[in-house]
Ligand binder design. Sequence first.
Ligand code: OAD
Length: 246
Amino acid sequence: MKDTREKILQKLLDAESVVYFTGAGISAESGIATFRGAGGIWNKLKPEELANFDAFLRNPDMVWEWYQYRRSVLKDAQPNAAHLAIAQSENIFQNVTVVTQNVDNLHKRAGSTNIYELHGNIERNFCVRCHTYYNLPDVPFENKAPKCECGGLIRPDVVWFGEMLPQEIFSASEDAAMNCDVMFIIGTSAVVYPAARIPGLARRHGAYLIEINIEPTEISYTVDASLMGKAGEILPGLLNDVKSRK
Ligand code: OAD
């Protein structure tokens, strides 16, 4: 049986270090499509054609077009109540770390200050040949994948299938997981590795795990508390209760 709200509150009141492990579901209420589940991107599009380096080399213009579309959606999107509650919880807990699989930059825009982006950031790009970094406004896209001054193709700075995660960021995330008192697992199907190792690592090192999701996931049976519903509806209320009792 999962823990009661009172037990969850007690764990949060005692916590010094809190890690939020987040996935696409936390941005769903900002109007960003998730990858799996109802309306998921991978139900309609194929990751091997869009999120893969070979696919990029085969058809860079098409991959760029898809990323530009996602960027245009993001330009009109705002951080939602869950992103904001996480950022504001830096006033409740001594150490707050966000470990996210999202590339949408919404945690940063919400005001979180300690963020590990395991899968990169859609607003950055780099040259595949000389590794020069380019921010978004510096790379105009007019139906052709942009090129660097060196002649190399510029790609989004995101992790595609088959690619390594940024090692320093992954190690820092593992450290945060091993040293936190509470880990929230929010809006992730927890099926994409190695990112999905993070909650198990926290659990093995004694952290209390709270999952927030609209449906059960692969790891629901391993967590201490399972809060079923939308992140933007559940998280602010829970953190407000903690704040008012501190
Ligand atoms: P998924 O799309 O796999 O899972 C989204 C999860 O969010 C599901 O479990 C939903 O039930 C849940 N969800 C949807 N709306 C929610 C809401 N309002 N509140 C709470 N939960 C909600 O997304 P990720 O787990 O992030 O990787 O996917 C992991 C990786 O797979 C992504 O980073 C991406 C993708 O392919 C790469 O691009 C490398």
